[in-house]
Design a protein around this ligand. Structure first.
Ligand code: CP
Length: 317
């Protein structure tokens, strides 16, 4: 595998899962694979889990790691071609990216949706410039429309906890005070369908995700109905995706906050969230602290998903 931007880049999903469990048993099994290889992690946005788990994954594989926070200590980057650069951005991405490629063997990029242009976000303009101009394998550490390392970790977590072959997995929108991208819900929906689960997505009218990502899932606007019989509940906020209100927050209805009322109609469901989470907006204290909460195991599995992805990229060098 050269680049990793979605579930469809994995050559073999089942084998990736097998490798995840293999690595979980022995994280350092492939420690020689990355010897004298360097991972460069580029962050345009903040991170706790992705930063730590990906760095740990690279260390599991014996790699050297360089981390660059573009907005803290690097030159501010212009991303538009044709711009007269007489403003506050002294360097262009088109030089910066190939320069970055000179110092490493693999590049991880975190570049969230900017909500300035849906077209730019949904064509993954920044991530694709790294793929095109760095000369290196590139993987997404959450881009504008997807967060595949998270979804892979979520999948591992569900496989570890499911008690039926095809669990009912419900992803529910929940309120949030700020506009969040659709990257996590897009990836989660796409990955869960690809995994063969019974996937239900529930959200208020107006919060429809791009059907490219939700194909194969059932959309249910009644949250309580969606939760009936759920084996796993995945809470997440996202902003409006449709063109006219792209990136806006049009609903803050806290009856959608996931609490005991909703969980009571599930099949004793596990609760999941990618974190960070705003308590008592997305989910109540009781549910996230409860015995069926998987938020910490999910975060722990980020190390495993990143190790598998980096391993497969290293094997392609
Ligand atoms: N879930 C996740 O990607 O967390 P961070 O934003 O902290 O990396």
């Amino acid at each position: 595998m050269r680049h990793f931007t979605s579930v469809f880049d994995l050559p073999d999903m089942k084998d990736a899962l097998r490798q995840a469990f293999e690595i979980k048993k022995d994280r350092f099994k492939y420690v020689e694979l990355g010897r004298n290889k360097t991972l460069l992690m580029i962050f345009f946005n903040s991170s706790l889990r992705t930063r730590l788990s990906t760095q740990k994954a690279a260390m599991n594989l014996g790699m050297n790691v360089i981390v660059l926070d573009v907005n803290q200590g690097a030159w501010k980057l212009e991303t538009e071609r044709g711009v007269i650069m007489d403003g506050d951005k002294p360097e262009h991405l088109l030089e910066a990216v190939p320069v970055m490629g000179c110092y490493c063997d693999v590049i991880g990029v975190r570049s969230f949706a900017r909500f300035e242009s849906k077209q730019d976000d949904y064509t993954e303009k920044i991530l694709n410039q790294f793929i095109k101009y760095s000369g290196r394998p590139v993987f997404s550490m959450e881009a504008a429309t997807g967060h595949p390392l998270q979804s892979f970790a979520d999948w591992i977590t569900i496989e570890e906890h499911k008690t039926v072959e095809r669990p009912k997995v419900v992803m529910s929108w929940a309120p949030h005070p700020k506009a969040l991208p659709q990257a996590v819900p897009n990836s989660f929906a796409q990955w869960m369908v690809a995994a063969g689960y019974d996937v239900v997505i529930t959200h208020p009218h107006g919060y429809e995700l791009d059907p490219k990502f939700t194909k194969g899932a059932t959309i249910e606007y009644d949250q309580m109905k969606a939760f009936e019989g759920a084996d796993f509940v995945y809470g997440k906020n996202w902003s409006v995706c449709e063109d006219a209100h792209y990136g806006q927050v049009l609903n803050m209805d806290r009856t959608w906050t996931i609490g005991e009322r909703q969980m009571a109609v599930t099949n004793n469901a596990f609760f999941m969230h990618c974190l960070p989470v705003r308590r008592n907006m997305i989910v109540t204290d009781d549910v996230i602290e409860g015995p069926r909460s998987l938020v910490i195991p999910e975060a722990a599995n980020r190390e495993i998903s990143a190790t598998v992805v980096l391993k497969q990229i290293l094997e392609s060098l």
